[in-house]
Design a protein around this ligand. Structure first.
Ligand code: HEC
Length: 159
């Protein structure tokens, strides 16, 4: 191998090496621990959810799974809030005379419920319990995916 090629080769190897080292320290320091208890649900402990994650990870990362059961999401068996069966419950909420929100579709109702949970409190469940800071943690894409997933879940079956 000609000598003039060796120096650039060493430089490339060094750069690759430090990139790899950077990647591994990065991922170990930012890998979020999935939120597994209501006590851990403080904004500082909940990572940003970009929406690029697999759907199950969106629900577990954000901590929804701690308080809600969600069909098809492993480990989502929380009992603090209602089971998220919006395909069935969504139309009932919109038709509820006590509903004062702005949503006209189940999709928008889900987004409203996540961003502004105080707009409508599901009867039989505690007010002021669902976190109010999800607007700062969930990207628009994550919200869209959550709404699209939940509006398809019904009492009879997860479709
Ligand atoms: C600390 C517990 C808690 C967490 C975490 C939580 N919720 Fe809730 N959620 C509740 C409670 C309690 C209610 C019912 C009272 C109310 O309407 O505010 C509720 C209501 C809802 C509703 C309305 C359901 C219906 O049947 O009309 C939706 C939708 C919802 N949550 C979605 C989510 C999503 C998505 C996440 C995660 C991004 C999440 N929640 C995280 C406690 C929680």
């Amino acid at each position: 191998m000609p000598e003039r090629l060796i120096t650039p080769l060493i430089v490339i190897v060094l750069i690759l090496g430090s990139l790899l080292a950077l990647r591994s320290t990065n991922s170990s320091s930012v890998t979020p621990v999935p939120v597994s208890s209501v006590a851990a649900l403080v904004p500082d402990r909940v990572p940003l959810v970009t929406g690029d994650e697999p759907i199950a990870e969106i629900f577990t990362r954000a901590g929804c799974a701690v308080c809600h059961s969600v069909p098809g999401i492993p480990g989502a068996d929380g009992r603090v809030g209602p089971p998220l069966l919006l395909g069935t419950t969504g139309p009932a909420r919109l038709a509820d005379p006590a509903y004062r929100g702005h949503a006209k579709t189940v999709h928008d109702y889900v987004i409203e419920s996540v961003i502004e949970p105080g707009v409508f409190v599901v009867p039989g469940y505690p007010a002021g319990t669902m976190p109010t800071w999800y607007g700062a943690k969930l990207s628009a894409l994550a919200l869209e995916k959550i709404a699209s997933y939940l509006e398809r879940q019904g009492v009879t079956a997860a479709q």
